[in-house]
Design a protein around this ligand. Structure first.
Ligand SMILES: [Zn+2]
Ligand SMILES: [Zn+2]
Ligand SMILES: [Zn+2]
Length: 634
């Protein structure tokens, strides 16, 4: 290092290296390049130069490699429109010695935007630079694609002398080009002022704005959503986000002067054709599109880029706070949620909002919201939170609520209620589809308590099954009175009459014993019927005529008495066991005959026999496998 060059604001790397060469006094370019890069084979490129780590480490410029990338190359112009991993690649290439990758990876080759190949300058900037810094330099903002006027002075940029037409630099920049004040023929540039048009000036200013400002979108998907949002407001997109392509195309084409395309070196978008970059811009982002396309669309949508940055900050779910959609909370539907996280749906790329309320209720929905109604919609409840769970617990324990009622009251699907009750371990108090069913279930449960505790008093029974007792006491008092043992009245002997409750309890125990005897008797199964039980216990008439006074007994009977098909299945099981004792397999007809079933048998029974036969074969194979294995071991 012979001298240290301090980079000027917005100065291109190539300009810095050229100035180094000028001030170092080195005879040849190669020596200067060796100073700044440690190599003489590197030529600084105009847009996205590489070897910047080396350049920084040489100490010739006194700035970090990162500063070089962000303040002295066009990287910040491209980066907002690249996928993050792509931007990281490009940045890496620029820092490293990997010069070939830079242009390929930035994906600009097929983009139908002509790239400036010669250095250009603004006469007014030369004037200003000399005034401020004592010398002119090459500016970044003059070398943005499609920019043909100076964003600061709104004057024409020149790559050659306006008087004699000699270019300032060679094509593709072979030598290090010194910043110019006059052409090689001595024509001064200082008093030149070419005319420009508003449209090209705006592109210059907007491109420079992109270069120097941090994007207000977090991803290409968000940028695309912002486009769609504005298009929607302009009537060129549907509420669901579909673009009215024809409308967009017609209005876009007429927005810009027809001659602009040729002037800025951009292929005019052609509808439904290969170069329909306009359509690509508003699609789900797949490949990187040239920044200039984005700039043109932003101008079309918002007038200019700074306005697009500010006015259309994308809020897919509008402004907070948002309503809490926890129906169990007292603040239901009130705008109190401030915690919103926006992520992306991996399938559709659409924004997904997760709203967290302080009550613990967390819901999410896919956006963006299009109508006011959307604010009160959720796709999924992610967490219910203590307030909601508590209310469910209270309501479910109360027992008066049906499943549908609970679902309505808590603002969810009945299936969700069932699942949450299971989670809460409350399924034993799970609500019913109706009061009738609820009554039946509680009666059954309470009778079970009575049956298993035949000699208990009222108060003891109440203790044993307090929940059902309470409910029945409130909703089914008469029935409860009828079934419970008579209250013990001290002193006065109650009048003599049939104590049905007492009789019922005794009878139910008796009936159960008989039923079990019938089921377990050896030999061909006999069907369990009310008549058979009645005959055995000598109370046939009682069981047939007074069952309404014997709820416990009725309960036991319902439990044991067999339907025709239940009985037939029991016969089949028995017949199979008998047959398979003697041999390895049996045919269905043999089973039917052995079981003594009337033919033809029902389809249901046929299926049952088949199923049982399959199971028997599987079992046999399993146990044979075990036998084989054990034999092999021994
Ligand atoms: Zn200028
Ligand atoms: Zn000239
Ligand atoms: Zn809440």
């Amino acid at each position: 290092m012979l001298v240290q060059i301090h980079p000027y604001p917005d100065e291109l790397v190539i300009s810095m290296v050229a100035r180094y060469h000028m001030y170092s006094g080195r005879a040849g370019v190669k020596e200067s390049l060796r100073d700044v890069y440690g190599l003489d084979s590197v030529r600084p490129s105009l847009h996205l130069p590489s070897h910047l780590q080396r350049l920084s480490e040489s100490g010739c410029f006194g700035v970090s490699a990162r500063t070089l990338v962000y303040e002295h190359t066009l990287f910040p112009y491209y980066a907002p429109f690249l996928k993050p991993e792509m931007a990281a690649h490009v940045m890496n290439d620029m820092l490293s010695d990997n010069s070939l990758g830079v242009h390929l990876e930035s994906g600009l080759v097929p983009s139908r935007v002509s790239m400036p190949t010669r250095l250009v300058t603004c006469p007014a900037c030369i004037h200003d630079d000399i005034h401020t810094h004592g010398e002119p330099y090459w500016h970044r903002a003059h070398h943005l694609p499609g920019v043909i006027s100076c964003p600061k002075h709104k004057v024409k940029l020149y790559d050659r002398c306006p008087t004699c037409g000699i270019p300032f630099t060679g094509l593709f920049i072979q030598e290090l080009p010194f910043p110019v004040v006059a052409c090689p023929n001595g024509h001064s540039l200082l008093n030149t002022e070419g005319e420009t048009r508003p449209a090209t000036n705006r592109i210059a200013m907007d491109s420079e704005f992109i270069l120097n400002n941090t994007p207000t979108w977090k991803s290409l998907e968000e940028l695309r959503d912002r486009y769609v949002n504005v298009l929607y407001a302009m009537g060129m997109a549907t509420p669901s986000g579909s673009i009215r392509q024809r409308d967009l195309f017609e209005r876009f084409i007429t927005y810009f002067p027809a001659e602009l395309w040729g002037v800025i070196g951009v292929a005019q978008p052609v509808r439904d054709q290969e170069c329909d970059w306009l359509r690509e811009l508003v699609r789900k982002p797949r490949k990187a599109l040239h920044p200039l396309f984005h700039i043109l669309l932003m101008e079309f949508l918002s007038g200019d880029v700074p306005r697009f940055f500010e006015q259309n900050r994308f809020e897919p779910f509008g402004h907070g706070p948002w309503p809490c959609l926890n129906k169990a909370a007292t603040h239901y539907m009130q705008d109190i949620v401030r915690d919103l996280t926006v992520t992306r749906c991996t399938d559709t790329g659409r924004p997904v909002g997760t709203f967290r309320c302080e009550c613990g209720f967390v819901y999410s929905r896919r956006g963006p919201d299009r109508t006011e109604k959307d604010r009160f919609r959720y796709g999924r409840i992610k967490e219910f939170g203590p307030v909601w769970e508590e209310k469910l617990h209270t309501l479910a324990s109360d027992g008066r609520w049906s499943l549908r009622g609970l679902a309505r009251e808590l603002g969810v699907d009945p299936k969700v209620i069932t699942a949450r009750l299971e989670k809460q371990n409350l399924s034993n108090v799970a609500p019913n589809t109706g009061e009738q069913e609820e009554r039946e279930r509680r009666r059954r449960r309470f009778m079970e308590t009575l049956r298993t505790n035949p000699r208990c008093s009222r108060s003891r029974l109440k203790q044993l099954n307090y929940r059902d007792y309470q409910w029945l006491y409130r909703h089914d008092r008469d029935w409860l009175d009828c079934i419970l043992p008579r209250p013990i009245v001290s002193g006065v002997r109650s009048e003599r009459r049939v104590d049905w409750a007492q009789r019922d309890r005794e009878m139910s125990v008796f009936v159960e014993q008989i039923a079990q005897c019938i089921l377990n008797q050896p030999g061909k199964p006999v069907r369990v019927t009310v008549g058979r039980i009645g005959r055995i216990c000598g109370k046939k008439a009682l069981l047939e005529k007074c069952l309404d006074k014997l709820p416990l007994t009725e309960h036991v009977l319902n439990k044991y008495v067999e339907s025709r098909s239940e009985f037939c299945k029991r016969r089949v099981d028995w017949a199979m066991a008998e047959l398979l004792c003697e041999r390895t397999d049996a045919a269905p007809w043999q089973i039917i005959r052995k079981a003594g079933l009337r033919t033809p048998v029902s389809q249901e029974l046929n299926d049952y026999i088949e199923q049982r036969l399959i199971e028997a074969v599987e079992q046999r194979d399993d146990s044979r496998g075990v036998d084989d294995a054990s034999r092999r071991i021994s």
